[in-house]
Design a binder for this molecule. Structure first.
Ligand code: AMP
Ligand code: MG
Length: 420
């Protein structure tokens, strides 16, 4: 457990990092795979390692626009006479033989003619009236030649199982001529909001009603995380509709994510319904915002059960719960190598009372105008206030019962690390 502050954490709440660890440990990768094209593979996770099918580069080729020659020929040329240009090798040409006693005009990416052992960049070459080249500066054998197989040898590992296929990985595969890969299949996530007050954006709001922003947000986050969303809509605050929704979710999805109704008020029915339809693994995390987070499952047997993550209703709490807890769970199900949380110390540019009973994640912007970044509050810190969350660059993590002192440093978590 990372928290050094067990005595100041509200009893019954589990530590944030312990909750994260338990979620990751409980996530069993799906191990269902499919073969897809490279474009379909973007953002997915490799289910099988890829072995390089060929050497990269495929042939010795030029790293510069310039002249390819045999250094001994240049040195042997009569004093001051230089070497005649007897060949022209553009990119896409086949492998040629360098004419004896001459050099080749060559372009970046073109195969170095057999017999040449150096490419001299054109900036260092003067071409005289009789078509001979004269070179300035030091000459080293092998310079500006990209050797066959220097990056990859055919038959050696190219990408490991579990690799997240970002644009660079897709390009690497394409550069080796690969056009199909085996990836983990997409995860189906049933998504539902709970709350009698919730209405859809685009409809008129009566007093007391609240637009359902969590489902809009989570659909985006789940789609970015390469999940297929089964949208079960808004479920009323009573046990029966929740039972029905969870039954449907269990039947159609690999994972269920719901928001709201997971505190301990009498209008909060999520916890008892989870307990009746499956089991609760933990409920309540020592974090602000994000305390009413529950992790459980639907189904009578753990082996065939559907994991369920109940996020808080307050929108910022829901966002934080997704980023720090639900996302690593989903990534593990996807068979993705889990990256450590990125964090670094940042100076607070403000003072503030410390949180009580749990860690607090303050939504902050970073001012980079000085030598080191300084954090400022991104706006109101209420867990219902999406404005600050939408402005923030990251979170400043404040330990329980620790006041924020201007000029002191605190752990900062950039938000962009949670994008997909
Ligand atoms: P709850 O966790 O259900 O007690 O809800 C806590 C707060 O979050 C209340 O103010 C709710 O109106 C609000 N809330 C719950 N669900 C959503 C949602 N899907 N979108 C926006 N706000 C919500
Ligand atoms: Mg509610």
């Amino acid at each position: 457990m990372n928290c050094q502050c067990a005595d100041v954490v509200t009893p019954g709440l589990i530590d944030l990092f312990e909750a994260r660890q338990r979620l990751v440990e409980a996530a069993t990768p799906l191990h269902a795979v499919e073969s897809v094209t490279l474009q379909q593979a973007a953002g997915r996770v490799l289910a099988k390692p890829v072995v390089a099918p060929l050497d990269m580069p495929g042939v010795d080729n030029s790293a510069m626009d310039g002249y390819a020659l045999r250094l001994a020929d240049y040195r042997a040329a009569t004093d001051g006479e230089g070497l005649p240009v007897l060949q022209r090798v553009p990119a896409g040409a086949g492998v040629m033989l360098l004419p004896q006693g001459g050099c080749a005009r060559i372009f970046t990416g073109a195969p170095v003619p057999l017999g040449a052992d150096i490419v001299v960049p054109q900036e260092r070459v003067t071409l005289d009236q009789s078509g001979h080249i004269h070179i300035d500066g030091e000459l080293t054998i092998g310079a500006n030649i990209r050797c066959q197989g220097e990056e990859t040898r055919a038959g050696t590992p190219l990408l490991p199982e579990g690799k997240y296929l970002d644009a660079a990985a897709i390009a690497l595969l394409a550069s080796h001529g690969v056009d199909k890969v085996t990836v983990q299949r997409r995860i189906r996530v049933a998504l539902l909001s709970t709350g009698d007050e919730l209405i859809a954006p685009g409809t008129a709001r009566s007093p007391g009603q609240v637009y359902d922003s969590n489902r809009a947000m989570l659909k985006v986050l789940l789609t970015q995380a390469q999940c297929d969303v089964v949208d079960l809509g808004v479920i009323a605050d009573s046990p029966q509709p929740l039972h029905q929704a969870f039954e449907q979710a269990h039947a159609v999805a690999d994972v269920v994510i719901c928001t709201g109704g997971v505190s301990v008020g009498e209008e909060d029915h999520v916890r008892p319904v989870i307990e009746q339809r499956g089991g609760l693994i933990f409920h309540g995390v020592a974090i602000k915002p994000g305390k009413p987070f529950a992790f459980g499952y639907l189904g009578s047997e753990l082996t065939s059960a559907t994991p369920l993550i109940a996020l808080p209703g307050n929108p910022v709490a829901s966002l934080v719960g997704w980023q720090l807890l639900a996302l690593p769970f989903i990534h593990t199900l996807q068979g993705r190598h889990l990256a450590a949380l990125q964090t670094y110390p940042v100076t607070a540019g403000f003072a503030r009372r410390g949180p009580q009973g749990r860690r607090e994640l303050l939504r902050v912007t970073l001012d980079w105008s000085g030598e080191t970044p300084v954090a400022h509050l991104a706006g109101g810190q209420g867990s219902h206030m999406l404005s600050a969350a939408s402005q923030a660059d990251g979170y400043l993590l404040i330990e329980p019962a620790t006041a924020v002192v201007e000029g002191n440093t605190y752990r900062y978590y950039p938000i962009n690390q949670f994008a997909a």
